[in-house]
Design a protein around this ligand. Sequence first.
Ligand code: GDG
Length: 493
Amino acid sequence: MSRKLSRLVLVSNRVPVGETTPGGLAVALKDALSTRQVLWFGWSGGLTDKTGAGLTSIRRGNVEYAVTDLTTDEYEGYYAGYANKALWPSFHYRLDLAEYQPDEFATYMAVNARFARELFERISPSDQIWIHDYHLIPLAAELRKFGVTNPIGFFSHIPFPSPEIFRAIPQHAALASGLMACDLVGFQSDRDRSNFERYAAEQAAMSALPANAPQTGGSRMRAMAFPIGIDAVGFAKEAETSAGCAPAALVGAGKCLILGVDRMDYSKGLVERVTAIETLLDSRPDLCERVSYIQVTPPSRGEVDAYAQLRIELETCIGHVNGRFTTLDWAPVRYLAQGLPRNELAGLYRDAAVGLVTPLRDGMNLVAKEFVAAQDPRNPGVLVLSEFAGVAEQLPEALIINPHDPAQQARAIEHALAMPLPERQERHAAMMDTLNRYDASWWCGAFLQELAVATSRSSAVQAGAAHAHNEPLTAPQIAAGALAVAGCRLSGS
Ligand code: GDG
C-alpha cells in the first residue's frame, strides 16, 4: 500500500501561474506538481499601489497557486534592489557591482517577513515546505518566528560564493541565519556546498565556539549538492521535431553554426565570448564566410543600471567585430536581443556545430544541458563550456575553458570545429548518459527524499537521540550547528 504524501508547499519569487509554456523551475518540479497536493506561493509578477493587497488564489487540479502583488516600494527595495543589486552580483563574484543599501536590505527583510506571515496562515502541520532562491533566503527564519516546525528545505539556484566573498556582504550573518533555519539546504554543485561549509566552519572558529556546541534553534541543517536537471528525453524529441530552423546559408555544405543562448546578464561572459570570436577570426582568417555565430540574448533586468550598461558594452563589441569582418555576403555575428519560442530554440541547438556556454560564474546553466540533449547522436555538435558553470562538474566531456582567456576559448572553438565524428559521438554519449541519469525527476525526487530524511534526523537530534543511536554528526554539520548560534547572536546584536 503506498503511503499518502503530505502536501508540498513551494515558495519562489515568481509563481508561474499564468504561463502557457512551463519555464525551467516548473519543468524541474513536474513530478511533484503532477503527483502531490501542492500550494505554490510567491509574487504574482504584478505591482500594486495598495499595501496589504492580500493573496489571489487560483486552483489548477491538484495545484493551488497563491500569489501576491508587490508594492512599487517593495519591488524597488526587495527585488530590483537588494536581491538584484546586492545578492546577485555578490554571489556571482562581482563585488565591484554590488550595492548594499541599508534601506533596500530592510525592505528585503520586510517582504520576507510579510511572505512568512501570509504563508503561516495557510500551512498545516503536515506540510513539507520547499523555498527557492536568493530572493527568499531569510524566509525560513521568519517562518520559525511564527513557531512553524514543519520541515523546510531551501534550494539555491545560483552559486554560493567563497567565504571571502560571502563575508564581504555586510548582512552575511543574517543571511546565514536564514539558511540555518532550514532542515536542508541544497546547492547546485559540490563547489557551492563546500564554500558554504567553509564559511560555516570559519564563522564557528571565529566565534570561538566549541566544535560540538549545541544548537539553539533545535534543528541541525544539512547542506548537500543537488545539480538541477532537465527533461532530457522530452527536450531531445522537441529538438528533433524542430531541426532545420537555422537559415540554410549558415549551415549548408562547408558551413558551421556556432550558437550562444543567454539572458542578457554580466555573469554570462558575453563580451568575453565575442572577443574570443574576434581572436578566432584573427588567427584563422580561412574561417571567415564559413562559420557564423548566432547569439540569442533575451533582455533581462533592464531596470538595473549594470544590465543597461552591459547591453551597451556588448552591442559595441559586436558592432566592432562585425565592422571588422563583415563582407557583402556574410556577417560573423548575428545578434538577437530578444527571446525565441522554445521549439525554435531547440531546433537551433540541434542545427549548431558548436554550443558556447561560457559564463564567468553560473549556478548550473541549463542551456548547456539543453544543447547536449538537442544534438543528433549520429552527428552531434560540441559543447564549449566554462569551468565556472556548476554544470562543468557534471559534464567533463565538454571542452572546458576559462572564459577570461579569449585565446584559449578561440582554440577550443577551433578544436570543436575540427573534432572527428567518433570523438564527438563518444563525448556526446557520455554527457547524455549523465543528463538522463540526473534529470529533472531525479533532482526533484532526490531533494524531497533528503528533506524527509533531514527532517526525521533533526527530530531525532531534538529528542537527544543522535547519541543514543551512536551516529556521530559530520564535521560540517557540527560547524553548521555552531554557525547557527553565531549567526543568531550576530544578527541580533
Ligand atoms: C538560474 C541560474 C540555473 C534562454 N533564452 C531563451 C530561453 N531561454 C531559457 C533557456 C534555459 C533558461 O532560459 C536559462 O536557464 P539558465 O540555467 O541557463 O540560466 P538562468 O536564467 O540564469 O537561471 C542558473 C537556473 O537558474 C536553474 O536552476 O541553471 O545557473 O542562474 O532553460 O532555454 N527560452 C526561450 N527563448 C529564449 O530565447 N524559450
